[in-house]
Write a protein that binds this ligand. Structure first.
Ligand SMILES: C=C(O[C@@H]1C=C(C(=O)O)C=C[C@H]1O)C(=O)O
Length: 380
């Protein structure tokens, strides 16, 4: 196998033209990675850094860590596609019949959870909590995870797209719009998101929704809580920290978000990206404020999240890397798909709107699986 002498140069601008058909295990604006050995057993967090030391030049670790340290983590050796042989992905079926669908909590129970969280916030127990739910689909035929990843890459050119084997035939796939943290030498970049509107097919209505989001006091408050928490975590680790005063609109194929691009310079450029990920994760984008109270409430209302709302990304032998928040994702095993979505709850959150927001967020994976939301009436 040919090996690259050094990691490939940064790609900016348009995504790699072959990204849509090659089904990478990781596809981001900056880098694309394929598994070194797609049949290798996943590595634990403890094995991972050791494995990178003995790996070919240019190898990366591609991994996913769970929401809490008690949740699972999985790592693989990966390499940029110039050094791998790749095969074109198969066409994805345009519609996948669903034999059975169920969401947990069910729609009404999720709304009850939101009301309960909003009451806790009104009492002053906490300021923000992100509540999640799952959507289990039993499909007529087992989707090929590589085809699903290829479809995600096609649908969302700016997203962090991932397709990782978890062992036992299960895969974690998704297209996250949220940069948790990238590190290159001393330079850090983050782009946390909080505040969401579903997009609309009519351009005028779509713009109205974007404008409404940008000027919503509730969403700006939700976003500000998160930026304050992330800034507080980063400040002791960084020399320079540049945080814009106001968020900007971020668009995905199905949603508008509020996002803030943060740039920072590390005091110690040798800090490993995985140690930085552990320091900032989970941010209030997926957990809440204060974090301990939010984590407790999530544990009570949802139980363990596993990989959902964790972090997914890569690191290289220098300790540089790029990590996204594990959202807009699903776990696939044979004909079964479990999709995940969550929404941030603050004072004034409306249960029905928050449920609708999670339904819209399932859309990323539903499109990639070829499932129409119209087939899921009453479940979303
Ligand atoms: C939790 C999710 O998304 C997060 C919550 C958001 C919000 O509440 O507005 C926005 C983006 C993400 O940080 C998800 O997509 O499942």
């Amino acid at each position: 196998m040919t090996q690259t002498a050094a990691p490939p140069a940064t790609q900016t601008g348009a995504p790699h033209p072959r990204a849509a058909t090659l089904a990478p295990a990781w596809r981001a604006p900056d880098r694309q990675l394929h598994l070194l050995d797609p049949h290798a057993a996943p590595l634990s967090a403890a094995q991972a850094r050791h494995a990178l030391r003995g790996a070919p030049t240019g190898a990366h670790l591609l991994g996913a860590i769970g929401f809490t340290p008690g949740d699972p983590a999985t790592f693989h050796l990966a390499i940029s596609p110039a050094a791998t042989s790749t095969s074109a992905a198969q066409a994805v079926p345009s519609s996948a019949p669903v034999l059975h669908a169920a969401s947990r909590p069910a729609p009404a129970a999720f709304e009850a959870n939101v009301a309960r969280a909003a009451a806790a916030i009104a009492r002053g127990d906490l300021h923000k909590v992100v509540l999640g739910r799952t959507l289990d689909l039993h499909l007529h035929a087992a989707p090929d995870p590589r085809d699903v990843t290829a479809r995600l890459a096609q649908d969302a050119p700016d997203a962090f797209v991932f397709g990782l084997p978890l062992g036992d035939g299960a895969w974690l796939v998704g297209a996250s719009p949220e940069r948790l943290l990238s590190k290159r030498g001393a330079q850090l970049r983050l782009r946390p998101l909080a505040g969401t509107r579903a997009r609309h097919a009519d351009p005028a209505e779509d713009l109205r929704r974007a404008h409404d989001l940008l000027h919503s006091a509730k969403d700006r408050h939700e976003h500000a809580l998160m930026i304050a928490a992330v800034t507080e975590t980063l400040a002791p680790l960084c020399r320079d920290l540049t945080v814009p005063d106001a968020p900007r609109l971020v668009q995905t194929p199905g949603l508008w978000h509020l996002g803030t691009s943060i740039h920072a310079t590390l005091r110690d450029p040798d800090t490993h990206v995985l140690d930085l990920v552990s320091a900032v994760h989970p941010t209030p984008a997926v957990c809440g404020v204060p974090a301990p109270a939010a984590r407790d409430l999530i544990g009570t209302l949802e139980g363990p999240r596993g990989y959902f709302a964790g972090a997914v990304g890569w690191c290289d032998a220098r300790g540089d890397g790029e990590w996204a928040v594990t959202i807009r994702c699903a776990q696939l095993r044979g004909p079964h798909a479990r999709l995940f979505a969550g929404a941030g709850i603050v004072a004034g959150s409306d249960p029905a709107r928050e449920r609708a927001e999670t339904a819209a967020k399932f859309g990323t994976m539903l499109r990639a699986l070829g499932v129409s939301p119209l087939d899921l009436e009453g479940v979303l």
